[in-house]
Ligand binder design. Structure first.
Ligand SMILES: NC(=O)C1=CN([C@@H]2O[C@H](COP(=O)(O)OP(=O)(O)OC[C@H]3O[C@@H](n4cnc5c(N)ncnc54)[C@H](OP(=O)(O)O)[C@@H]3O)[C@@H](O)[C@H]2O)C=CC1
Ligand SMILES: O=C(CO)[C@H](O)[C@H](O)COP(=O)(O)O
Length: 508
């Protein structure tokens, strides 16, 4: 309910890429916003932008000189949005807020990409000093400005205060089609449709879900990059031509925001040289940590997520440019480096299938990881709802998320997305082409860590028997670690006395 008093409705602290745009989005939706940044120039710029974007609008973005002024400008309980880098800056701002007079029932919302365990710990540590709430955000600059996907979690009473604002500023989808409703117009926010925000669960749950979103994002991006390298190096296509292929794929089951922007990046010329910009961008990938955290979490809890982990490794390999340059001169590869012309069209088709299948596997890994962690933490995550709020606003938005929403609506207890008929049938039907694409990549000597690891994931899960029987034998041989038998009840342990000539079997 906007304009509940002369005091402002909400304060935003940190006016960087995300904070400034969230503040402008909140203003667009009729709320009165106070804004603060350590850098006064950013405060002035945000206020000026709010004025310039919608001339004649009553000024409702108030710049604050310090946190004391900000607290004085807000209605109680105060709602304060933090948009600062994860880690120490979050605690630094909280300490500054306490010193400035923050009260116990004031709500502090951390919207950064914080480590979920830090959020759990902060909620406890700050209890009695403020209500520490969190809401992970996805959507980048444009999402923050015109409608992000928001993943709030923590105190339920705090959520009741925050929910109207969050539902107003979130991205919207058409409930019937599941497609985003987009209007990138300052002062004219999308008010119709289903908002891409939903209460996720207790403290930490929202940041965990966003972390897995980013892990999937890493895999999605790397998969597209592998397809680019295959088409560019394996078929000799120009970046522009690969962009055309991606545009075509973006009309089908591979439709996604990331596919769309990849086509645009590939078709952009370098303003300095006129060459394709992508060829002028150094091939060293950065990362801020969320993909790595996802991979670590999967290893810790024992949830296979090889495609996500490979995407993190791929970024790591990319940064080792000097070693790659040295080894490119030392290590042999296959003789033929291009696919014959008459095989190229079929290959492009096979690659589309491969990409789709690998993408399904990476989402299956992410959702299973969330399910296992939710069980461990006692969170009741609603996976249909999570897929639903990722349909628009966020970086991994894709039409395909509508099918995931449906799969979890049909069966909320789904162990793995590969168990859903819609996906098991699609992958069974496309797996032949997936294999063809991987075989070609291997023959050409082009690395496809995500496409190939996803295929191994698929093959592992469809294997009734894996060679872990031999592995258990090895463990028992060198360390007397024991094994279970196939013909006795689960849990019964055996050890063979390997070092003894008689090799007697003992039931433990
Ligand atoms: N960019 C993106 O696409 C997304 C980012 N995020 C997350 O949102 C958060 C903000 O990201 P983004 O806007 O991109 O980052 P920016 O670097 O653009 O902005 C960060 C802001 O935080 C302020 N800041 C930094 N350190 C401190 C500190 N110790 N105390 C107070 N303020 C501080 C900066 O102030 P100043 O520099 O003026 O001193 C700046 O205004 C991060 O956690 C990020 O991971 C989440 C989703 C998407
Ligand atoms: O959270 C995000 C989008 O969802 C951010 O863009 C994130 O910072 C991207 O991660 P990285 O810098 O590690 O690629």
């Amino acid at each position: 309910m906007p304009n509940r008093s002369k005091l402002n409705d909400i304060g935003v602290i940190g006016l960087g890429v995300m904070g400034k745009n969230l503040a402008l989005n909140i203003v667009d939706n009729g709320y009165r916003v106070s804004a603060f940044d350590l850098d006064p120039v950013k405060v002035t710029a945000a206020v000026a932008q709010a004025r310039a974007e919608v001339p004649g609008r009553a000024q409702v973005l108030d710049g604050c000189n310090n946190l004391t002024d900000m607290l004085a400008s807000l209605a109680k309980p105060r709602i304060l949005v933090l948009s600062v880098p994860a880690g120490a800056p979050v605690d630094g701002v909280c300490s500054a807020l306490f010193a400035a007079g923050l009260e116990a029932d004031d709500i502090v919302i951390d919207t950064g990409n914080s480590l979920w365990t830090d959020t759990v710990e902060r909620e406890q540590r700050y209890a009695g000093k403020c209500v520490f709430f969190s809401s992970a955000v996805s959507g980048g600059e444009v999402g923050a400005r015109f409608g992000p996907s928001l993943m709030p979690s923590g105190d339920l009473k705090a959520w009741q205060h925050v929910a109207p604002i969050w539902k107003a500023i979130a991205a919207k989808v058409d409930g019937a089609t599941g497609l985003p409703i987009e209007r990138f117009e300052p002062g004219n926010p999308v008010t119709e449709g289903e908002p891409c925000t939903s209460y996720i669960g207790p403290a930490g749950a929202g940041h965990y879900v966003k972390m897995v979103h980013n892990g999937i994002e890493y895999a999605d991006m790397q998969l597209i990059c592998e397809a680019y390298q295959l088409l560019h190096d394996g078929l000799g296509m120009t970046p522009f031509a690969v962009g055309e292929v991606f545009k075509g794929w973006n009309q089908g089951s591979l439709n996604s925001y990331l596919m769309g922007i990849s086509a645009e990046v590939l078709q952009q010329d370098d303003p300095l040289t006129g060459k394709p910009l992508v060829e002028m961008i150094l091939d060293k990938a950065g990362q801020k940590g969320t993909g790595l955290w996802t991979a670590v979490s999967s290893l810790q809890i024992g949830c296979p997520a090889p495609t996500i982990a490979e995407a993190v490794y791929a970024r790591a390999v990319s940064t080792q440019k000097p070693l790659r340059l040295a080894l490119s001169q030392k290590l042999a590869g296959p003789a033929g480096t291009k696919l014959p012309e008459d095989e190229q069209q079929a290959f492009i088709q096979a690659l589309e299938s491969a990409l789709y299948c690998a993408k399904v596997c990476s989402y299956a890994q992410g959702f299973q990881l969330m399910a296992m962690t939710a069980k461990e933490q006692g969170w009741q995550l609603d996976f249909a709802e999570i897929a639903k709020i990722w349909r628009a606003g966020c970086i991994i938005r894709a039409t395909f998320l509508q099918s995931i929403t449906q799969a979890y609506r049909d069966n909320a207890e789904l162990h793995n997305l590969l168990m859903a008929d819609s996906f098991s049938q699609a992958l069974s039907q496309k797996q032949k082409e997936w294999r063809k694409a991987v075989i070609s990549a291997v023959s050409l000597g082009i690395p496809v860590p995500c496409i190939a690891s996803a295929l191994s994931y698929y093959d592992s899960y469809r294997s009734e028997t894996l060679p872990a029987n031999l592995l258990q034998g090895q463990r028992d041989y060198f360390g007397a670690h024991s094994f279970e038998r196939t013909d006795t009840p689960a849990g019964d342990k055996y050890h063979l006395n390997w070092s003894d000539a008689k090799r007697e079997l003992h039931k433990l």
